[in-house]
Design a protein. Sequence first.
Length: 381
Amino acid sequence: MRKPQKATRSIFFANLGNDPKNQLSKIAKIGITDVVRKFTDLSKIPEGNYLIVMKRWSGNSFDGVPIANARYPLGGGYILLCDQNCIVIDPGINFFQAFQEMGFKPADIDVILITHNHLDHRKDLTRISSAFLRSFNASKKHKSIIPKKITLYLNNNTRVTLSAALDHINAEILEPVNDFANLRGDFIKFKPVAVDHPQEVTHPDFQNEPSYGFIFKIQVPKDLILGITGDTRYFEDLEEEFKSVSVLATHIGSIDQSNNHLKLEGVLKLANSLKRLTHLIMTEYDYDEFHLENNRVKTTDFIKSELKKKSVRVISGDVSLRMNLNNRKVFVPCSICNKSMLNNFLYCVNKCKKPIWFDIKNIVEKEEVDEFGQGIHYSVK
């Protein structure tokens, strides 16, 4: 795995002269207003360090229903905001929509990581790539447009599947390594971890290529080790790979039926093996098993009761849940009174309409404004 060159954040219109409005008017007339809209005025990346969950249901949900047209949003992946850098992990189904509704633009993205070649983990990469391609093509004709350079990490199976969309993106091939590599300077480092999850094979040479999880070392007030298992079965080496993490996001899949995810038993085995674990985030639920009767709440409560280390906070993740990595506070914005956020189906302190899918039991009603400028939301215990 080659280390990416350190890049600085740049906006797409770096030099509009003394009369920016006049210049933009001319650009609009030549038919690239879409580029102007998407790639100027970068969103304000909040100061601090955040993990934002963008995942709801597992891609194994909705048997017999076209995955991209499923009625209920699956979500896709994570956003990691560190030291004014935006790192996107597994931009799957509905990711791009949620990303924009949270106020971000494609130009905010610095790095993209993809764990494996399944649609619910890489579908919206093509939409992100398309946005960058428009800027790249416009820059050939107009010197004032400076296309931003991003780095994409993925395995060969995913690279072959998405090859048509990667001509203008710096793609690096993932490999299992023992040491951390710089991701964006020294502030955040990462290590790909080979996991056990079958994926779409695109070439005979790549039949044995692994799927990946990721471990991040982040220089917050105290060095934080953050782990994301990705989709994987449980296997003993997983404990060794993730032994140093204190915050872990796991993909449970089914309670006991899935052969390709951790399942309840695997989550418990892994969590109980991690001596430094302080926060366990549960994501990628199978819709059929978890959408009724508060099954997510029941599962979260059961895991908490079975953990050897009772101080570990167990959190049920969903689209737009975010953790401040500096202090480990977790916020879940209300989708009804805060229209910029997707529906998290949670009870709201503003007495918004009762959700129909689930609620998270271990929440404290609280009204405040966080660093994103968002209003009423939950604070998880």
